[in-house]
Design a protein around this ligand. Structure first.
Ligand SMILES: NC(=O)c1ccc[n+]([C@@H]2O[C@H](COP(=O)([O-])OP(=O)(O)OC[C@H]3O[C@@H](n4cnc5c(N)ncnc54)[C@H](OP(=O)(O)O)[C@@H]3O)[C@@H](O)[C@H]2O)c1
Length: 273
């Protein structure tokens, strides 16, 4: 019997590429998204689309149970849905902060809690949380996004221990920059970068410019999907998979430098010094 994967945030980017890759490998795929009308998987017979806004905690158990009933199992959960909130912390509204955590953190909690009774009872399964290199190191002007991804990284590491006795593995896939809708339609800002009256305007513009110039080094969504597939199928207890050469090289540099040296390199790299 084919294995079943349940994936959040599959309307575009990494989520959509991951649906296609697992489907190509013969898996049964529960592709979830806020608006099922956005699905582009008509050519894939082993994919079923389910509505799931991860901020709707009541919807998560419904989607998990429906997919489990339709496919007759659940082997891998991929918590991928998420978006970036950039700009100065001071300018963020309460609503922006709550929405960022509701999606990137509480959404993962809700879907994971819905899946756990099934995985624990069957004594097998893999939970993959798509975090970010920004869950291991921080860049300027992204404090709230980093708070969510550092949070998920620590959550995953602790859960790894908690679920090991039940045969359930927890994994983190931490991509560097990826060419998706992340930096365009999905990105939210805590201030208008053109607002010269904001005391952070100069910093924001420098940081956005530096991120823009890095685009050429980005991975493709398909490359990150391959790492997710490896994490799902390699049969090892490995916790973290750093995905993308940019992510690997910055974390390697951080490991070799003092905190002061690293901070100076980041400030210079983002035009802040
Ligand atoms: N691209 C990067 O550079 C990068 C780097 C590191 C980590 N990541 C992480 O990778 C993951 C996927 O992002 P991506 O790069 O593929 O960007 P993307 O193309 O913008 O995809 C983000 C997906 O998340 C979905 N989503 C947002 N809020 C949701 C909600 N409340 N409920 C359900 N789905 C929701 C979006 O759905 P809608 O279509 O409904 O908006 C979309 O399908 C995110 O967790 C992101 O933080 C991305």
């Amino acid at each position: 019997m084919p294995q079943t994967v349940f994936i959040t945030g599959t309307s575009s980017g990494i989520g959509a590429a991951t649906v296609r890759l697992f489907a190509r490998h013969g898996w049964q795929v529960a592709a979830t998204m806020r608006n099922p009308a956005d699905a582009k998987f008509d050519d894939l017979p082993n994919v079923r689309v389910y509505a799931l806004d991860v901020t709707d905690a009541a919807a998560a158990p419904r989607a998990i149970q429906q997919a489990h009933a339709d496919f007759g199992g659940l082997d891998v959960l991929i918590n991928n849905a998420g978006y970036g909130l950039a700009g100065p912390f001071e300018s963020a509204t309460d609503e922006q902060i709550q929405q960022q955590f509701a999606t990137n953190v509480f959404g993962v909690f809700a879907v994971t809690r819905a899946a756990l009774p099934l995985l624990r009872a069957q004594k097998s399964g893999v939970i993959i949380n798509v975090t970010s290199v920004g869950g291991r190191t921080a860049f300027p002007m992204n404090s709230l996004y980093h708070a969510t991804k550092f949070g998920l990284d620590g959550f995953s590491e602790s859960l790894w221990y908690e679920l090991a006795p039940f045969g359930v593995r927890v994994k983190v896939v931490a991509p560097g920059g990826v060419a998706t809708d992340f930096a365009s339609r999905s990105l939210q800002m805590t201030m208008d970068p053109a607002d010269d009256g904001n005391p952070y305007a100069g910093q924001v513009r420098s940081v956005l410019k530096a991120f823009g110039e890095r685009g050429g080094a980005f991975s493709t969504a398909e490359q990150i999907a391959e790492v997710i597939y490896t994490a799902a199928t390699d049969g090892t207890p490995q916790l973290r998979y750093i995905a993308g050469t940019d992510a690997q090289s910055i974390l390697a540099a951080k490991a070799q430098m003092s905190e002061g040296q690293f901070a100076e390199m980041i400030q210079q790299g983002f035009g802040l010094k």
